[in-house]
Design a protein around this ligand. Structure first.
Ligand code: SF4
Length: 462
């Protein structure tokens, strides 16, 4: 078993039985579910909106080559410097050049999962550049020395008391400060950084081919200040964020905000078309867009998996996933967690190290039901499992267990082989490994067929 898989299983068991973790997640998700339900009432026909949003992304995928040419061409006409790069190190080398050319010492950053893929903060710090996350949730996890727990709500695993304690330790605010006080404190703290910053880094929620622009959607105004205050704006995005036209934005923004936070539309929505032009007195002097591959082409070439590139990173599949709710975001040990993360990460980081994530799914299909762009996530996870097996990655023990199980399923009479006491004796020594240290493996009391037919007669008791 790989070290990553062992760590995943250990952590999953630990977090699943952590009642405090469960309480915080359930509390925060409870508020999210209520907001989403309420938000749905504002749509006359949300299913139709989902279908249209799915088609917008499908069209973009089917025409990605042409649209990317159009995007890059239009961006250049708008005065944007565009880099199309392959790997993490390619992105970092472009950033390195900009740091040198522009004498960058302080960076403000708005929330961007793509920058997490390249571990941008660590790189900037290694180049003696100060970097400040400006989204409140990101700022909190940065101060705690942690990574985002969730792609939309990075500090979802923290209670207000946890955050008040953190601020007390870091900034000396009262240990019992309320959220309003802490938000005001952060606002004042970050205003100074926005003014001092040499460079602002953002992601892009959408890349708009016909405008040659990026679209950003947010609730705090921090992305707006990150791209408009500093001299240089760098936007880093996976190329799959592309859509053909700005005409689709009103639909895409709405389905994204309903599934992301339950709002009908997020508070600030910006279309950024280039650096400051002659006669304008605000905005950056230089705008750079880095379009990033990092394994996306591998997905694109795959007939089934390419559908994962339709994702608009709303986070809904994480929120509704029973596995995510129980084991939490950090257990995945990956930038993207939950169902979409389990599909993407083996392609981004390799099946050998991360293929096991594809098995963290009960195939309940809730994620597919809520996805605003109708990605068949469970089917993609099953396809990942198939690829994992075809690549010969399961260990010998695992292969043997499944072979025996396959035989038993084909010949159900095998379930009755062996005396009940013998089965219990054989199971006991490996119970902890098979099941969990926190629960006992149910004792065999009678032949399996008898238990099964009784449970069918009386309801569920197996
Ligand atoms: S897969 Fe669908 S539900 Fe999950 S984050 Fe992407 S768009 Fe949202």
């Amino acid at each position: 078993m790989t070290e990553k898989k062992k760590q995943f299983l250990r952590q999953a068991e630990k977090v699943a039985f952590d009642k405090e973790h469960r309480r915080k997640i359930q509390y925060n998700l409870g508020k999210y579910f209520a907001a989403v339900e309420k938000g749905l009432l504002r749509f006359r026909d949300f299913e139709k909106a989902r279908e249209q949003a799915s088609q917008v992304k499908q069209y973009a995928l089917d025409n990605i080559d042409t649209l990317l040419y159009e995007l890059v061409d239009n961006m250049k006409k708008n005065g944007i410097e565009v880099h199309v790069v392959n790997s993490e190190s390619d992105v970092l080398s472009v950033i390195d050049q900009i740091i040198e050319q522009e004498h960058v010492r302080l960076v403000v950053k708005s929330k961007s999962m793509t920058t997490e893929e390249i571990d941008l903060n660590k790189f900037l710090e290694s180049r003696d550049v100060q970097v400040f996350e400006t989204d409140l949730g990101e700022f909190i996890v940065q101060q705690a020395g942690e990574r985002p727990y969730h792609i939309v709500t990075p500090a979802m695993h923290k209670s207000r008391q946890d955050i008040a304690r953190l601020y007390h330790e870091k900034f000396g605010t009262p240990a019992d400060a309320d959220p309003q006080t802490l938000t005001k404190y952060t606002r004042k703290y970050l205003r100074e950084k926005f003014v001092q910053a040499d460079m602002g880094v953002t992601g892009a929620n959408f890349l708009i081919a016909d405008l040659g622009a990026i679209a950003l959607t947010e609730n705090e105004g921090n992305a707006f200040m990150s791209f408009s205050f500093p001299r240089v704006h760098v936007a880093i995005a996976g190329f799959e964020k592309i859509i053909a036209s700005y005409r689709y934005l009103s639909l895409m923004w709405q389905v994204l905000s309903n599934r992301g936070t339950g709002q009908s539309i997020t508070v600030y929505n910006s279309i950024v078309r280039g650096p400051r032009r002659q006669g304008e007195d605000t905005g950056p002097e230089r705008m750079v867009v880095i379009l990033f591959d990092n394994g996306r082409t591998r997905l694109l070439e795959h007939e089934e998996h390419r559908l994962a590139l339709k994702c608009i990173r709303c986070g809904a599949c994480l929120n509704y996933c029973p596995i995510y709710q129980n084991i939490g975001g950090y257990t995945y040990d990956a930038v993207y967690s939950g169902p979409i993360g389990s599909v993407l990460t083996p392609f981004f980081k390799g099946f050998k190290e991360y293929g096991h994530l594809s098995f963290a799914c009960t195939v309940c299909r809730k994620c597919e039901e809520v996805c605003p762009v109708k990605i068949p996530l469970p089917d993609l996870l099953l396809a990942n499992r198939r690829d994992y097996v075809e690549q010969g990655l399961p260990e010998t023990g695992e292969r043997l267990v499944f072979k025996l199980f396959g035989m038993a399923v084909k010949m159900p009479s095998l379930f009755n082989v062996g005396l009940v006491r013998l089965k219990n004796l054989l199971i006991k020594p490996i119970e902890g490994k098979l099941w969990s240290k926190q629960r006992n493996f149910p004792e065999f009391k009678e032949p399996f067929h008898k238990t099964f037919s009784n449970s069918n007669k009386h309801g569920s008791k197996m």
